[in-house]
Every structure is written in structure tokens, then in C-alpha cells.
Design a protein around this ligand. Structure first.
Ligand code: NAI
Length: 389
């Protein structure tokens, strides 16, 4: 029987919900599970929030003191699902206590902060993962498989977008995501890094960027308190407004280390786009195209397709594709956001049990943070900036 591993989850907001659901569901999907995730302790900013999280997300205990929790000998895994400014301090303490760590993205606010986290986990020798879950969408993993098999040849061009509209309304509240001291950056770190992660996963290292960065709404209504009020649906009536000091949008050219070129756009202000995480990749022998809003589908065109049937066709992911054996028995039944987190949980627990390093790990989180730093720097000066490696 799989052994049990005790999880301390720090944070019980949007991602706390996703991770808790994955802990409960992972063994139901992937059986035999590498280990059974035990929802041992949930930590939040105060006792009331932690207790609510305990009841809602099925944890045995609640606490408002992450420091004492990460030091507990009965905790095997620390899961960091708090805002970005807390990731480094919690991860470094958890690594020091010998815990395996999964941390939400972006790994940190800056490359320097991410580097300190990577150094800490390397020194401690603990298993570590950064939660860029979109690369675990089966269709995205299938794109990687086709690329590794040489099915589209040498990659020439990567075109990635992440477009949302939840902050398009200037009166949507001043989420922590608009505050540099908490978030580090805006669309760049929040959603642009997901595209960077996919670009690194499918194409390789980004060597240089040339970006335009814009902030459209310089102030937003201060939140009334409590949990983050993300998006216009939670509009705050307060007339008091606070400063936005992060980017709303980034548009950039990319030059990859192996010679491929590309582009990336990320914004949370694109009315009509909801979770428009897309990529199109052109290779010397074919092309691949993906849109998360149709996440069961990968569009493919191979150069040796019959000449009377040229054009993209749709592959619906299912049991024959990556992770398919653990998911649903028929293609296109529909996988969702939760499934990407269940797969992430499966891969992380597999790595912990086998003592191997999963991907993306904190090194990947650091390298992605370096691309984010370069995008911010390039966006200020409008010039090409080399990515620190
Ligand atoms: P949230 O604001 O909804 O939840 C954060 C939770 O952490 C709240 O319950 C808050 O009270 C708690 N918290 C804050 N400071 C704390 C502290 N010092 N100790 C204990 N608890 C504390 O934020 P959300 O959306 O869950 O974001 C968390 C992280 O997940 C961020 O790094 C974010 O970038 C990332 N994220 C990742 C997504 C993905 O697709 N992988 C999607 C959304 C967020």
C-alpha cells in the first residue's frame, strides 16, 4: 500500500482550494498512488481564516503560525500557496527544516529572491517544485512529446499569449496582484511567467527579450479587507483609491538560445479574453497550436500530411496521451483546471517517493524569474536585454 505523507499547506485562498482538491483526488485518479497526501495542517493569516480553511478543505488541524508548523517533525511536505512576497521566507525556512516543498508560481518576486530559494533547497537536498501547472495540461505535454520525437522538426518560431480581462475595469479592487512589494510585477509575473514556462518547456532557454510594458490604470479602489478580491466581480464601493505600481500588459519579442525566435503577450485587461493561454509553434516539419480555453485539443499539421489535406487538424487528448491512463477513459470527456493540479500533485509525490527532482523545480523557477526581470528591465528602456542565466 502507498505510504502516507503529511502536508502542511500555507495559505487557503484561490490556490489553496486547487491544491486541497488535488490532494483529495490524486489517489482516486492515479492508482496505485505514489503516496497518499494527508491534509495535516492548514495555515492562514489568523485563527479564524485557518479554521475556516480546515473545515472547507478537509485538513486535520489549523494554525496561524507557519514558522512553528514548518518546523514540526511530523510534516513531510510544505505547500506554499500564499502571495508572492512570502514565498522566499517560508521556502527557505522549510528547506532548513528538511521539508520537501511545492511552491506556487511565480517562484519569487525577482530573480535574486528565486536564486536564494534555489540555493536553500539545493543545500538542504530536498525535493522541490514550482507550480507551473499549465505545462501539465495533457495537450501541452503531448506537444512536448511530438517535439521530442522530432515530429515538427527544428523549432523556428514560438508565439505565446496569456490574455485575461479580470482587471480591465479600472474600478476592480486593488488586489495584492497590483502591488509591487507583494507581487513583484504585474501581468509579467502573474501570467506572463506561465507562458515563459511553457516556452522553456517546449522550445528552450530564452536568451534575449525586447519588450513594451504598459500600466493603464494607475489607481484602484482599496479593498475592504479579508481575502483578496480578485477581479471586477468583487467590485469594491470604497472611494479611497491606492496606487498601482506594476505593469498591466507586456508585449515582447523573444530570442531563444538555440536560434528560434518568437513573441509573448500577457495582459489582464483584454476584454473578451478569459483564460486565453495559447501558443503556436512552427517547426521545419510541421506546426502545433494550443488554446487553454479548448484544453482537450491540440491542433497539429505535419509537413508530410497528404497534399490534399493540408491544414491544422484536431487531436483530442485522452487515454493514448500523456497522463491519459490516470484521467478519463474516453478522449474529450473534458479535463479542467483541477486535473492539471491533480497531475502536478501526482508528479510531485512521485518525485518525493523516488527521491528524484521533478520539473519544473526551483532552478526552473529561478530561470523563469530571470526572464521576468529582463522583461521588466527591457520594458522600461524599450531595448533588447539579455536574460541572466
Ligand atoms: P489568495 O489571495 O487567493 O490566497 C492567499 C492566501 O494566503 C489567503 O488565504 C491569505 O490569507 C493567505 N496568507 C497570506 N499571507 C499569509 C501568511 N503570512 N501566512 C499564512 N497565510 C497567508 O491568493 P492566490 O490566488 O491563492 O495566490 C497564491 C499564490 O498562487 C500566488 O503566488 C499566485 O501567484 C499563485 N497563483 C497561481 C495560479 C496558477 O495557475 N498556478 C493561479 C492563481 C494564483
Amino acid at each position: 500500500m502507498p505510504k502516507a505523507l503529511n502536508v502542511a499547506m500555507i495559505g487557503g485562498g484561490f490556490m489553496g482550494k486547487a491544491h486541497a482538491a488535488a490532494y483529495a483526488a490524486m489517489p482516486m485518479f492515479f492508482w496505485p498512488a505514489p503516496a497518499i497526501p494527508v491534509r495535516k495542517v492548514i495555515v492562514d493569516i489568523n485563527d479564524a481564516a485557518a479554521e475556516e480553511g480546515r473545515l472547507r478543505y478537509g485538513f486535520a488541524e489549523a494554525s496561524s503560525d507557519w514558522r512553528s508548523v514548518v518546523a514540526r517533525p511530523d510534516i513531510d511536505i510544505v505547500d506554499i500557496v500564499t502571495p508572492n512576497d512570502t514565498h522566499a521566507e517560508i521556502a527557505i525556512a522549510a528547506a532548513g527544516a528538511g521539508k520537501h516543498i511545492i511552491c506556487e508560481k511565480p517562484l519569487a518576486r525577482t530573480g535574486d529572491e528565486a536564486r536564494a530559494m534555489w540555493d536553500a533547497v539545493r543545500k538542504a537536498g530536498v525535493v522541490n517544485m514550482v507550480a507551473f501547472n499549465y505545462r501539465r495540461t495533457p495537450a501541452v505535454a503531448l506537444a512536448r512529446k511530438y517535439i521530442e520525437e522530432g515530429r515538427i522538426g527544428r523549432i523556428l518560431n514560438f508565439r505565446g499569449t496569456y490574455l485575461q480581462d479580470w482587471s480591465a475595469d479600472p474600478d476592480s479592487p486593488l488586489s495584492w496582484r497590483f502591488q509591487k512589494k507583494i507581487a513583484g510585477s504585474g501581468a509579467i509575473g502573474d501570467i506572463g511567467t506561465h507562458v515563459v514556462d511553457i516556452a522553456r518547456y517546449l522550445v528552450g532557454e530564452v536568451a534575449e527579450v525586447c519588450a513594451l510594458v504598459r500600466t493603464y490604470h494607475k489607481t484602484r479602489p482599496v479593498q475592504s479587507g479579508g481575502l483578496d478580491k480578485l477581479g471586477a466581480a468583487e467590485k469594491n464601493a470604497s472611494s479611497e483609491r491606492g496606487d498601482v505600481d506594476v505593469d498591466d500588459e507586456v508585449v515582447t519579442l523573444l530570442r531563444f538560445a538555440d536560434g528560434a525566435i518568437g513573441s509573448l503577450e500577457a495582459t489582464r485587461n483584454a476584454y473578451g479574453r478569459n483564460n486565453f493561454l495559447t501558443f503556436e509553434i512552427h517547426g521545419s516539419k510541421g506546426s502545433l497550436c494550443f488554446n487553454y480555453e479548448r484544453r482537450d485539443e491540440l491542433q497539429v499539421m505535419f509537413a508530410d500530411d497528404p497534399s490534399d489535406a493540408r491544414g491544422f487538424r484536431t487531436v483530442y487528448t485522452g487515454p493514448a496521451h500523456p497522463y491519459g491512463s490516470g484521467l478519463w477513459p474516453i478522449p474529450a470527456l473534458g479535463i479542467g483546471y483541477t486535473e492539471t493540479k491533480i497531475i502536478e500533485c501526482y508528479d510531485f509525490f512521485s518525485a518525493v517517493v523516488s527521491g528524484t527532482q521533478p520539473s519544473p523545480d526551483f532552478e526552473d523557477g529561478y530561470l523563469t524569474a530571470c526572464v521576468a526581470d529582463a522583461l521588466g528591465e527591457s520594458g522600461e528602456g524599450g531595448t533588447w536585454v539579455k536574460v541572466r542565466q
